[in-house]
Design a protein around this ligand. Sequence first.
Ligand SMILES: Cc1ncc(COP(=O)(O)O)c(C=O)c1O
Length: 455
Amino acid sequence: MRDLQLLADEALYCSFGDTVHYIEPPQIFERCEGSYLYDAEGTAFLDLQMWYSAVSFGYANPRLNNALKKQIDTLPQLASQYLHPTKIELSKIIAQDAERKFGTRGRVHFNVGGSQAVEDSLKIVRNAKGKNLMFAFEGGYHGRTLGASAITSSYRYRRRFGHFGDRAQFIPFPYHFRGPRGMSKEEYGEQCVAQFARLFETEYNGVWDPRAGQSEYAAFYIEPIQGTGGYVIPPLNFFRGIKKVLDQYGILLVVDEIQMGFYRTGKLWSIEHFGVQPDILVFGKALTNGLNPLAGVWAREELINPTLFPPGSTHSTFASNPLGTAVGLETMRMLAETDYETLVMAKGEYFLAGLRDLQQRHPEIGDVDGLGLALRVELCQADGFTPNKALLDRMTEIGLAGDLEHRGQRMGLILDVGGYHKNVITLAPSLHISYEEIDLGLILLDQLLRRAKGR
Ligand SMILES: Cc1ncc(COP(=O)(O)O)c(C=O)c1O
């Protein structure tokens, strides 16, 4: 009853410009814990997307919540122009880790949300290179501010907002399941690299002036595993090929780890799977486990040193807010104390095996794949290939209605939709999910598929 009144008020007073009304009617939640959200009646919804990977360490994680509470009792507020210890300590941990892994010194710059950190990274690139054009991937997603939209492949996000003069040039990503027939994943990756390299063959390919030795493009923005694009995992040698081209033509590599960072794929940064060094790395989401927002950029010293990127180059009131940096610091300490790599890879393999088993029973599952706990299930017609967005829409609706059944209890299942055809379940469960909860997730997915197919 109360929810009905709230929904009526929402329809009158809330903008519909966000993503709430992607599903009708929207669901109202009251409480969260671990891998579950709860509605007003106490119905448990198993969450297999965890706020698009922002809550990777479980809802209401006691350790991270306590870090927030402790900071509230000491220094909850401070203007971003002043310093506080956790900002410095967190920057040091991230920069020292990057120096160890990428072999180069760098600095960290904080902002609030992921898109804002992407904007800051664009400023760093433009400032260093004096150019404002970028390469990015088809299927890539970097946020919905104007700058981030310009390097995000979906025209849907730009269409109503005028001309984007610095729209990126979008390069094909090796999305093997929908790639050319008869080609291995590696061969397809090589073909995509060759297609990219071809752009630099002559001045007539449009991006390179061989006389001046200059590219019109400053940087390539990549997600190592595509997020919104449907958790597409490229071949492991792919980025080495791309990086070779970038190095040859003096183009920076910017790695967007906003969704795949913080061990989603079994490594702190997903790019670590691919053996290449970024020039700039952008992070957000899980750093604060969905508590006070904090995102940021790590950049090589040559690009972000105080002479080149002096005070005032970028700023936002809530950037480096102490509640965010305190939680971020605790997250990094927690990650250093436990072997998340082994834990995430083992759970990921277990979940993936369960999904493969599900695929045997449902021909509509055209593809399953995963790296760590970033898992994809691509829904198709019974031919196992033609994209079936309608089936997934029905599944998300039924899951969100909360009337699945398990051991005599009503339950819901929270799923996120991604992919070029919006037919991919992008699974991002809590990294702390138990094996029993993975089993439950598989049972509920099976039930959901049968119900949605039956409609
Ligand atoms: C890879 C990637 N980059 C950027 C963003 C934008 O971050 P935010 O939504 O925090 O602005 C997202 C958000 O989903 C993302 O997944």
